[in-house]
Write a protein that binds this ligand. Structure first.
Ligand code: FES
Ligand SMILES: [Fe+2]
Length: 398
């Protein structure tokens, strides 16, 4: 039995980044309980189009059925458990298992299984489905039997999301970055901007955050004064431990960019047509968090989504989704290189930073270090994380 000596305001002990049984608890208590961002509706154009969302040992088929509804099925055959869809994406008329050819329709109903005993019931052998919610065109799934409610999130942010036209976006680019590190190091790194100035000169030429606190706070105060009249400047901090019991956590606020910077592009000029109902740039960008693991950065003309997915205790993936208005035309209204430059460059740098962080933590000489004031959001994540994995106690933490 190990004693948990987590100290709030410090980084975690080495064991949290290396231990398989802690990793398994995280998968149970976090990834199987919270809403997860699977992808965007624009990835499914035709009936039978599908893609897989995978984390740890799980694989979920996100597919467009014959009624143009999006369904989420567990990618595990009800016969003897083979994976059914092996390709990451594609189009299927039927979901046919490659092992003994049981076939399921797009709704997951078993429609063909050869030579089964007379008492075999097809209707008891449908694919398992999971909860799915659309937030605008964002596809969220929950593997929980009783998912957390998204009602508070929706009612608080409905107007804000409408303003940005969240239901009329398309995915312009999706990139996956493999990171040889525990998934928490990737989330912790996203959650703090203490490293932005030393590590991200590109980010620092666009974003005010982390560069000049005095000007940042003046501009931020101006935004907050606009808060009451304009949903663009709303502020909700219902994240991590601040989430109401039974509700999924969320966070939204707007932060200033450097003066005169319209968007996250090389020269700070527009990246794409203005989103939703916006009529002008305000030289800012919003942070939106849905659940504990999914982050969106909302510029006035595009949205960048970040997803951190564990593959094993020491490997994870950061997926980045760049979204623009659904009527924007590539090479006319936006250029992919211009659109993706900032977060591609920044994430390549982050991948190295996070990998090196894991390497140092693996040393026998690593011990938890004190967090700076600029790492407060990371501290909130770690405080919440420790409570969450202990909420269903394993036998190794007192
Ligand atoms: S495991 Fe799928 S048909 Fe046998
Ligand atoms: Fe970074």
């Amino acid at each position: 039995m190990l004693k948990d000596n987590y100290k709030s305001g410090y980084s975690l002990n080495q064991i949290y980044y290396k231990d398989e049984s802690i990793y398994n608890l995280e998968i149970n208590n976090i990834f199987h309980k919270h809403w997860l961002f699977a992808g965007h509706t624009s990835q499914l154009q035709d009936i039978g189009d599908y893609f897989l969302y995978e984390f740890a040992d799980e694989s979920i088929i996100i597919i467009l059925n014959k009624n143009n509804q999006i369904k989420a099925h567990i990618n595990v055959c009800r016969h003897r458990g083979s994976k059914i869809c092996l390709d990451k994406e594609g189009n299927k008329n039927l979901l046919t298992c490659p092992y003994h050819a049981w076939s399921y329709d797009l709704d997951g109903a078993l429609i063909s299984a050869r030579d089964m005993p007379s008492d075999f019931k097809f209707e008891h052998n449908n694919l398992m489905s999971v909860h799915l919610e659309l937030i605008g065109g964002f596809i969220f799934i929950s593997l929980s039997k009783k998912p957390l409610s998204l009602n508070n999130f929706k009612s608080d942010l409905n107007e804000t999301l409408e303003l940005f036209g969240l239901d009329s976006l398309k995915l312009a680019m999706h990139k996956s970055f493999s990171i040889p590190a525990n998934w928490k190091l990737a989330v912790e790194n996203y959650n703090e901007c203490y490293h932005c100035v030393p590590s991200h000169k590109e980010f620092s030429q666009i974003h005010m955050m982390g560069t000049d606190n005095k000007i940042f706070n003046i501009r931020k105060d101006e935004y907050l004064k606009l808060n009451k009249n304009n949903p663009k400047y709303a502020q909700f901090n219902c994240f991590y431990d601040n989430a109401e019991p039974g509700q999924e956590g969320y966070q939204y606020d707007r932060n200033p960019l450097k003066p005169g910077i319209c968007s996250g592009t090389l020269n700070g000029e527009a990246a794409a047509p203005l989103l939703g109902k916006l009529t002008e740039y305000d030289y800012g960008a919003s942070e939106l968090m849905i659940g504990p693991l999914m982050f969106f950065l909302i510029y006035d003309d595009h949205i960048v989504g970040y997803r951190f997915t564990p593959l094993s205790v020491d490997n994870c993936v950061c997926d980045i989704f760049w979204m623009v208005r659904d009527d924007a035309v590539e090479n006319i209204d936006y250029n992919i290189n211009n659109l993706t430059w900032l977060w591609n460059t920044t994430t390549v740098a982050d991948t190295t930073i996070i990998m090196n962080n894991q390497k140092g933590i693996n040393s026998k000489f690593y011990s938890p270090g004190r967090l700076s004031l600029m790492e407060n959001f990371q501290k909130n994540f770690l405080d919440w994380y420790i409570k969450t994995i202990n909420s269903n106690k394993g036998d190794y933490i007192e």
